[in-house]
Ligand binder design. Structure first.
Ligand code: GLV
Ligand code: MN
Ligand code: MN
Length: 431
């Protein structure tokens, strides 16, 4: 792919980034939350839909054409303007991220990328900046895997990785399927196959996101250009023992499902810390104990394991090893254990030529950057299956994310927005 002649973003355009506007958008989204610590705006909840409506209203007010597809993704399009309109390659450029959060999460994961899209759109419209491609600004639906196990539902449907037939098999903790949750907020799960993006319409997509790790902060660098995004394999494990009286049942007669599950949790942690598995991350973040009484030996436990890696072979080998070793451990406790893969997403290597444009954008602004992998999943990871995609990071204070304390200073977000704008400008002038 030729990189053609770069079209530098003008200083005026970059000067247009308004920190007050960014703060106001972030505060507006943060207010759309369930009660409790941090921000809770779950995938395919009414609050997530409200956030999409705020995004749509902003883009409509700017004069963009806004559509929400059957998967719940909202796309705002700005047609080409200026002297080169209609000349040459007219495939679209895109940017955006997601508006849902994990339970008791923060106000930055995903939101920063959508706010960046809103800010880029506002600057380009206000300054009537010329661009020869259509620019599309996207708020993806249901990126977080916290509710249904599978992450990135909206972008997976856009990329054709998840279809209508898959939506009845994924449930939340109350047994609500993705399909039912979508229908409850007015979407059409039966029609999502029509939400698939047409790759031939697209030139490139760039997502801005917070790092959700410590690398940029610890190195004092404000920008990260991602080369590879970790995959994840998620397991649902059910351990069935025997619920009995906690006082009346001697220790040698117990089949305690929680003791078996606890040993599995520790085993997963040990395995991931073993230098031979260096790089894999294993987490058990959700566990349900039945009957959940102080005075009853736990009879059954359900828990979820998240295995993440940038190496797809090691990711899946680790998941298989865990399933086998969990079963052996449980047998020692007289507990029956079953493991099921509920979600599996491959790591993705992002195309170097898109990353080069982002790196050159950083350099053109005199902003130091670091090339790094992403430990978290992203909409960019799904979109990259069908469209050349880049991912730009801004730092996370203390490396924290998925918690109320998640924070990125507005000045760093603004550096990200300027770099995004410059990168989109470069890509706009490229064939
Ligand atoms: C998204 O933040 C993820 O869970 O990786
Ligand atoms: Mn995210
Ligand atoms: Mn997240």
């Amino acid at each position: 792919m030729s990189t053609g002649t770069a079209q530098p973003a003008t200083a005026d355009l970059l000067d247009g980034v308004d920190l007050g506007r960014i703060d106001a958008h972030l505060a507006g989204f943060a207010a759309l939350t369930e009660p409790g610590p941090g921000c809770t705006r779950l995938a395919y909840s009414p609050l997530e839909r409200q956030a999409h409506a705020v995004f749509a209203a902003h883009m409509t007010a700017l004069g963009l054409t806004v559509t929400t597809d059957h998967a719940g993704n909202t796309v705002a399009e700005l047609p080409p303007t200026g002297p080169n309109t209609g000349s040459g390659d007219a495939r679209a450029l895109g940017t955006g991220s997601h508006l849902d959060t994990v339970p008791q999460g923060g106000g930055f994961d995903g939101i920063v990328g959508v706010v960046a899209a809103m800010e880029v759109a506002e600057i380009v419209v206000r300054q009537e900046a010329a661009h020869r491609r259509p620019w599309r600004f996207v708020a993806f639906a249901a990126e977080e895997g916290a509710r249904f196990g599978q992450a990135c539902n909206g972008s997976r449907m856009a990329a054709g990785l998840t279809g209508a037939a898959d939506l009845a098999g994924l449930t939340d903790r109350d047994g609500v399927t993705v399909a039912d949750a979508m229908a409850a907020v007015g979407l059409r799960p039966d029609l999502v196959d029509a939400s698939r993006w047409r790759p031939e319409e697209w030139f490139a997509f760039v997502e801005l996101h917070i790092e959700q790790g410590e690398v940029l902060r610890s190195q004092g660098v404000d920008l990260g250009v991602v080369d590879v995004i970790s995959g994840s394999t998620r397991l649902r494990v059910r351990a069935e023992g025997r619920a009995t009286h906690s006082g009346g049942t001697p220790m040698h007669l117990r089949r305690d499902a929680l003791v078996a599950a606890a040993e599995c949790v520790v085993l997963g942690d040990r395995l991931a810390r073993d230098p031979r598995h260096h790089g894999v991350r294993v987490t058990v973040g959700r566990l349900r104990v039945e009957p959940g009484s102080i005075t009853t030996v736990p009879g059954s436990v359900e828990f979820f394991v998240d295995v993440r890696d940038v190496d797809s072979v090691r990711q899946r080998d680790t998941a298989r090893t865990l399933a086998a070793e969990f079963a052996a451990l449980a047998r020692d406790h007289g507990v029956a254990l079953t493991t099921e893969v509920i979600a599996d997403t491959s790591p993705v290597i992002l195309p170097g030529w898109v990353a080069d444009h982002i790196r050159h954008a950083c350099a053109s602004l005199g902003l130091p950057y670091r090339v790094l992998p992403s430990g978290a999943s992203h909409d960019a990871q799904q979109i990259a299956h069908v469209i050349p995609t880049g991912l730009l990071f801004v730092p996370s204070d203390d490396g924290l994310s998925h918690v109320p304390a998640e924070f990125t200073p507005t000045s760093q977000i603004a550096s990200g927005v300027r770099t995004l704008l410059a990168a989109l400008h470069r890509l706009d002038g490229t064939s």
